[in-house]
Design a protein around this ligand. Structure first.
Ligand SMILES: [Fe+2]
Length: 451
């Protein structure tokens, strides 16, 4: 399975994409809010200052005409005290000579200001100025008129810092709100990405299991398109599994039929000589017992059994007069008897599926010391299956009744094997065989009552 780093997972990509989207949205929202709040703060400040100036300008002309400057002074003070953002309030005549001022030391002076150009001017002549070098301070100048004649001005200095403080507080709250929203959003993103990637991960697991031949029923986490896909995957897996099982069953039937054919064939070989009837089957039984004792796998045991059944297949090529001859063989007949190993290998070589049994069949008469035939192999060069068959073949031959020789009892046959161990037979396999026979009384019984 290909290893995927966390940075390339679908979950990471979805999370990154939605988080970026959320951050951009939050930033834009915050910028827009700050801009709107700044504008509202400014508007609200201007409207209030303008309203205050106008309210003083509405009552001041009568006091000026009545010479009651104390009343105007009183109003100015009240306005300043009631509004903490008002820095000063002053009333001048039309020549800008200060009549009243919240800073009493300036009364009688000509009003001088340090302001930039007017930011705005209303229809009735009210002007708003920005104070130079003080970004948050403004001055509002409202004209005082009486009978349509300007008789003076009301001037108010105002600072917006207190409003800005209030704005900062609001912004802090918005910031906290945004942070909480972001955290909640992140949680939702993780849940969402998990919701999306879980079925995909499950599908990926199923595909990987299928690749190594394992069938897994996948969990269906949702009833959407991904859920349907998982369901289809499960149906597809069921179908392929059923087909595999059917194929396996056909293969098993084919194999069984093949083994049956082999058994029939070997029975036919053995039946040519009434004294060797059942020889190949008995050799196969003994060989498989040795194979089990040395820990062969199921497949190795099956191969050994079939090779054992085939070990004398070369005798098919041998004429009856040689095979069934009771008397001594002449050199040519003897040569032909020895050649049955090569004949067997040649017969098996004609079918590709049987070629794997050739080493066992060709070399089952090799000797451990190299004096056997047909190739004079020695020691571990003799194929293991051939060395096992050699012992099983000899043991069955010794314990069987033959017309031209006396049969051995089981103990004598085992002694003969021991005597030939290291010379004709592989000594390790002789020992394994003897132990296997000693530990398997049923098998031992089958080979003890025929002598
Ligand atoms: Fe043989």
């Amino acid at each position: 399975m290909m290893k995927i780093s966390f940075l390339t997972t679908l979950r990471f990509k979805i999370t990154l994409f939605i988080t970026t989207l959320l951050l951009v949205t939050a930033t834009l929202f915050t910028l827009l809010t700050v801009q709107t709040m700044n504008r509202q703060v400014m508007n609200s400040l201007m409207k209030r200052a303008e309203a205050l100036s106008k309210s003083i300008a509405a009552v001041a002309p009568y006091s000026i005409l009545a010479g009651d400057l104390l009343a105007i002074d009183n109003i100015s003070w009240r306005v300043k005290e009631a509004n903490e953002d008002i820095q000063y309030a002053a009333v001048t005549n039309s020549r800008f000579e200060i009549l009243t001022h919240t800073d009493m030391s300036k009364i009688g002076q000509v009003f001088s200001r340090s302001v930039a150009d007017a930011i705005t001017e209303t229809k009735d002549g009210t002007r708003i100025y920005q104070i130079k070098d003080e970004a948050d301070s403004f001055e509002i100048q409202a004209p005082m008129t009486f009978n349509n004649k300007q008789i003076g001005n009301v001037i108010i200095g105002i600072n917006r810092s207190s409003l800005l403080d209030a704005r900062s507080e609001t912004l802090k709250r918005i910031g906290v709100g945004m942070a909480v929203t972001m955290l909640l959003g992140l949680g939702c993103i993780l849940v969402l990405s998990s919701f999306i990637t879980k079925p995909i991960k499950e599908l990926s697991r199923g595909v990987n299991e299928l690749k190594v031949g394992r069938r897994t029923k996948l969990n269906i986490f949702s009833h959407d398109e991904l859920g349907n896909l998982t369901k289809s995957f499960n149906q597809m897996t069921d179908l392929t599994t059923r087909q595999q099982e059917r194929l396996h069953s056909y293969a098993q039937e084919l194999e069984d039929s093949y083994v049956s054919t082999v058994k029939v064939l070997t029975a036919a070989i053995d039946a040519r000589d009434p004294y060797t009837l059942g020889h190949s089957t008995r050799v196969a039984k003994l060989a498989v017992r040795i194979g089990k004792a040395i820990g062969f796998s199921r497949q190795e045991l099956e191969d050994l059994e079939i090779a054992s059944l085939f070990h004398d297949v070369g005798k098919l090529k041998m004429p009856d007069y040689i095979l069934l001859k009771n008397g001594p063989l002449d050199p040519e007949e003897h040569r032909q008897i020895l050649a049955h190993c090569e004949y067997g290998a040649a017969i098996l070589g004609r079918a590709s599926s049987l070629q794997k049994y050739i080493p066992a069949v060709r070399h089952h008469h090799e000797w451990f010391n190299g004096e056997g035939y047909p190739d004079g192999l020695r020691g571990d060069d003799v194929p293991l299956h051939a060395a096992i068959i050699a012992i099983a073949d000899a043991f069955d031959a010794m314990t069987s009744v033959r017309p031209y020789k006396k049969s051995f009892c089981q103990d004598d046959a085992l002694q003969e094997l021991t005597r030939c161990s290291g010379r004709q037979f592989n000594p390790w396999l002789v020992e394994v065989f003897q132990q296997a026979l000693a530990s398997d009384p049923v098998l031992a019984e089958q080979f003890s009552s025929r002598g």
